[in-house]
Design a protein around this ligand. Structure first.
Ligand SMILES: [Zn+2]
Length: 105
């Protein structure tokens, strides 16, 4: 069972797990029960995402690489469909005109 990702926190680990499952891989997280032991184990060693077989490793790494790239950029800004204001992707609602933005995968 190869490790494909070492997560800094549970949120990251869960996001990667969701991406891997969306790609049709069977993956799991180890280390989520160790949160009570923080201080004993370096955090980025404590949480790992695994795939179930070596055959899935290459695809899993592609998914992780894309995930890491998207984390770095945070996604592109998009124009509001109501007023055209450029909005960062984390905004669900336009701060300028109040229009709700459609959430795209
Ligand atoms: Zn707007």
């Amino acid at each position: 069972m190869p490790i494909v990702y070492r997560a800094a926190n549970m949120v990251d680990a869960q996001l990667v797990l969701d991406e891997l499952k969306a790609a049709g891989l069977s993956a799991r997280i180890s280390g989520q029960y160790l949160s009570g032991a923080v201080g004993e184990i370096p955090p980025n060693e404590a949480i790992s995402v695994w795939v179930d077989s070596d055959r899935q490793y290459t695809l899993a790494r592609q998914v992780v690489t894309e995930f890491e790239a998207s984390q770095r950029t945070g996604g592109a800004e998009k124009p509001c469909h109501g007023c055209g204001e450029m909005l960062a992707p984390q905004f669900g609602k336009c701060w300028n005109c109040g229009a709700w933005q459609s959430v795209e995968p």
